[in-house]
Structure formats: C-alpha cells, structure tokens
Design a protein around this ligand. Structure first.
Ligand code: GLY
Length: 359
C-alpha cells in the first residue's frame, strides 16, 4: 500500500493508495478518530450495487445513508436531509462521516460534515479515478445552487482518504475517460518535462503520482489564493463546454457536446489552453504538440465537437465563477503553468476559431 501525506500542520492527513485500501478503514479510524463511537456512511445506490460497501467494517456502530445520483441531488436540500439523518443516527461531535463514492459523494458528505455541529470529521473512500486523483483530496466540499455549480461550500479537510484501486477495474468507459482527462492535466503540473511515461506505470503508481502532485499544491495553497489555481488547468473552456452541454441536454439534444464527460472537456480545455498560450507568445509550437501527444496518449479526443459558437463559449467563460470578473486562464509559459488574468477576448476568439469553432 502506498501513502501520500497532505501536509497541513495539525490538519495533515494521509491518502492510502492501493488494491484493497478500503479494508484498512477500521485501523485508520482508530488512528484519526480514537474517540468516535458511531459512524454514518454516506453513499449512493450505484456504489452499493457495485459491491464497494461489502466488508466495510468500522468496528463502531455504523449506519448507511444513500443520497440520489444526479447533479440535481447535489443541493442544499440534500445537506439538510443528511444533517437531519445524522441527528436521527445519534452522531455526536466526536463521531465520523465516511463518504464512499465518487466526487459528488465526497463533495456532499464533506459539506454536511463541515456544517453539522459546526464541523465533524469525515473520511473518504474514493471509488472513481476522478475522485481518487482530484475531488476527494484537498478539502473542497460543497453543493450547487440553481444559479450555478459548487456555489455554496467550505474548505473542510478529510481525516484520511482511501484510493482503493480495485474499484477502478469495473468503472464504465465514460468514467475512465473522465479520470484520464484529469490525469493528463497533471502531466503538466509536476514541474518535470511532461511525457506520456505516466501511461506505462501501474494504476497504483499513476494514482499515487497524481495524488502527490495535488498534495504538494494543496499544502502550498490550501485556500486557492494563488498556486492552487493551477489545478484548474484546462477548466475554463471545460466549464464553458459543460455549460453548453447542459443547455443542449435540457433542449433534448444528445450530440457530442451534450455527452462530454468532465474529464473529456478538461482534455479539450488543456489543448485550447496550450494553443492560447502559443498565440499569446508564452510557449512555442513544439510545446503545443507535446500537449497534443499527451492527450492522445491518454486515448482522449483532441478535436472540438462541431457546431460550437466561439462567441457563446466566451460568454460562458465570462460567467464562470472563477473568472474573477475578467477572462482568466491557467496557461503554460516560461515559468510553467500559472494563472493569467485579463486575457484579450479577441485572442481567445481567434484561438477557438483556429480549433474549429464557428463565429
Ligand atoms: N479540483 C480542483 C481543486 O481541488 O482545487
């Protein structure tokens, strides 16, 4: 089993990575919450159906709460319902929430734990690749509002995270692609020369490598005042693509944009960010080609879906909560990947048109 520490002084915690990692839960709870007497496991029906709760023993009085599956369930009413069920289960300040599932479960259960009794401990068993290398680590918790995604939440660090790589074997192809898109992003955040070498490693090593990169970034800037923004590499366009996809689904359109998974959108966003960085004179064409070979090495699509309007995408980017009132991108450059504010709208549009978007 591999361990990576997220170093945050008295809130430091370990990420335990490997086959069967979830079965070390009781031992780890003994270490991180020695006074806990009761555990509430928060999960989803699909996680239970996949069998990931079987044999999960905390050694304490435990009960299970299932939350719904879709993005609509990531809401304040789910938090209210969870907290009421925590009261019913007799959860006290010393007790513990265990989130078992993907990013949505750790976001929701983590926020409920952050709010209940003004904050109790939680641990996460991450069952998707995306959650293992990103969502479950770093303490970002929260829910959506009708006005936008993740608009209400808290930084609340878990006490331990389990990345059980057994859970990845049965992931549907869409979920695998989702994780690979985020994994490709990390290739450019390590500070080393990006390469597809990551692809030839075992899944345990791949996950551990990404977790170590994220742990170092979170340790340097927990609250995302500066350095942590690099974790949003590729996300400005990705969020705009997802927003357009959501609108199309609402209209009953099921095209490639409507069906893009988050990680697939991130992969396209990384390629766009590289092309934009080249147009801004920050990197050369060889570096753009390196981005393309890494994305394609991860078996991800590298062309924009057809029928996208550049103007509409820019409008959606400007609405993104991370835009800080102007066009902000995380871009590669001579100092590596960093946040760049006030990017010229016309260069953004030119780059989108060069990638095949329409006016
Ligand atoms: N998923 C980006 C972050 O944790 O900051």
């Amino acid at each position: 089993m591999k361990r990576v520490t997220v170093s945050l002084n008295d809130r430091s915690y370990d990420v335990v990575i490997g086959s069967g990692a979830r079965h070390t839960l009781a031992v780890e709870i003994g270490r991180c919450a020695p006074f806990a007497q009761r555990v509430v496991i928060v999960t989803q029906p699909s996680v239970v159906a996949a069998g990931w709760l079987e044999g999960i023993e905390t050694g304490l009085a435990q009960s299970v709460i299932e939350i719904g599956e879709g993005e609509d369930e990531k809401s304040l009413s789910t938090i209210q319902s969870l907290c009421s069920q925590f009261v019913e289960a007799g959860l006290s300040r010393n007790d513990l929430v265990v989130a078992v599932g993907g990013g949505m479960v750790s976001d929701v259960a983590g926020f409920a734990a952050a709010s209940y009794h003004r904050g109790i401990r939680y641990v996460t068993i991450a069952t998707t690749l995306l959650a293992q290398i990103d969502a479950a680590i770093g303490g970002k918790t929260g829910v959506n509002l009708p006005e936008g995604k993740n608009l209400v939440g808290a930084f609340h660090q878990p006490s331990v995270v389990f990345c059980d790589t057994d859970c990845l074997a049965t992931l549907p192809p869409k979920e695998q692609a989702c994780g690979r898109g985020e994994m490709a992003k990390y290739a450019f955040l390590s500070g080393e020369t990006p390469s597809t070498a990551l692809l030839n490693e075992t899944i345990d090593d791949q996950v551990a490598r990404c977790v170590a990169i994220k742990a170092a970034i979170v340790a340097a800037d927990e609250m995302e005042s500066d350095r942590r923004m690099v974790l949003n590499y590729g996300h400005t366009l990705a969020h705009a693509l997802e927003a357009v996809g959501l609108e199309r689904r609402a209209q009953g359109i099921n095209d490639r944009v409507a069906e893009l998974a988050h990680g697939e959108a991130v992969a396209l966003g990384v390629l766009f960010a590289a092309a934009l960085a080249e147009n801004l004179g920050r990197i050369d064409h060889e570096r753009v080609e390196l981005h393309k070979s890494v994305i394609e090495g991860f078996a991800l699509e590298s062309s924009l879906p057809s029928g996208l309007s550049g103007v509409v995408l820019i409008e959606r980017m400007e609405r993104d909560k991370k835009a800080h009132h102007d066009l902000t991108f995380v871009l590669d450059g001579p100092r590596g990947v960093e946040a760049v504010t006030g990017v010229d709208r016309s260069v953004v549009l030119t780059t989108l048109l060069e990638m095949g978007a329409e006016q």
